[in-house]
Write a protein that binds this ligand. Sequence first.
Ligand code: ATP
Ligand code: MG
Length: 244
Amino acid sequence: MLPNWTLLKPCDMSDKILKVIDLHKRYPTGRSAWLPVLKGIDFEVEEGQIIAIVGPSGVGKSTLLHLIGALDRPNQGGVEIDGENIFRFDFNKLASYRNKTIGFVFQFHHLLPEFSALENIIMPAMIGGEERTAFMQRGHELLSLVGLAQRAHHRPRELSGGEQQRVAVARALVNHPRLLLADEPSGNLDMQSAESLHDLLWQLSRELKQTLIVVTHNRDLAERSDRVVELYDGKILRNRKPQR
Ligand SMILES: Nc1ncnc2c1ncn2[C@@H]1O[C@H](COP(=O)(O)OP(=O)(O)OP(=O)(O)O)[C@@H](O)[C@H]1O
Ligand SMILES: [Mg+2]
């Protein structure tokens, strides 16, 4: 059980939080040559759900996650959050979407090496302009949540790979994101650290109703989710229930 966190409130359950509509993405590969990667992707996510995105290497899983996180723009189609297409947001609203609505956990943690675990975690809240006492308290709570209360002042290089990823998860959660996006979060971890990271993500989703989209090559992990979206050749091959 997670302790009764004062500042980490469960999300409100509502209907669909996210709709991915006819998403196309191609990359330029030469003067007039294009590599089509996503060729019309449609799916929906309900609040509190865990969606696993699976598929062969190079199929476009990270591309899809980057589009949902507004780190890139599609060539066609949209991503709707609460009925609004994020690609129609103006500059400020898009920045706020990235900072407040979305939490991103990358395959490689991307922690800032010169800052401590605690400082890395609170960074998005500082950027969001929140009051210091509130985010400091939440930073400490998050450190406890991910089992690193004793590591607050360690720099990333003074943490193990599994611990670094836990800090990255805590950082992704600091602004109470509606949607947590994780791109192979345990891809570089040994089996035990990977399992404990998965347990943490699942616990967050089940107990805090944190909506989660996770890209993974790990079959067992995918089958623990609520829906498995299988990509193949730029399209959704199957959007299915897990086989449990
Ligand atoms: N910025 C880019 N410019 C050109 N091509 C790109 C770019 N980013 C990705 N690609 C290509 O798009 C395809 C999809 O890449 P993507 O990273 O989304 O795959 P993936 O499914 O996440 O693969 P993996 O499982 O190996 O992480 C790949 O063939 C890749 O080479
Ligand atoms: Mg990838």
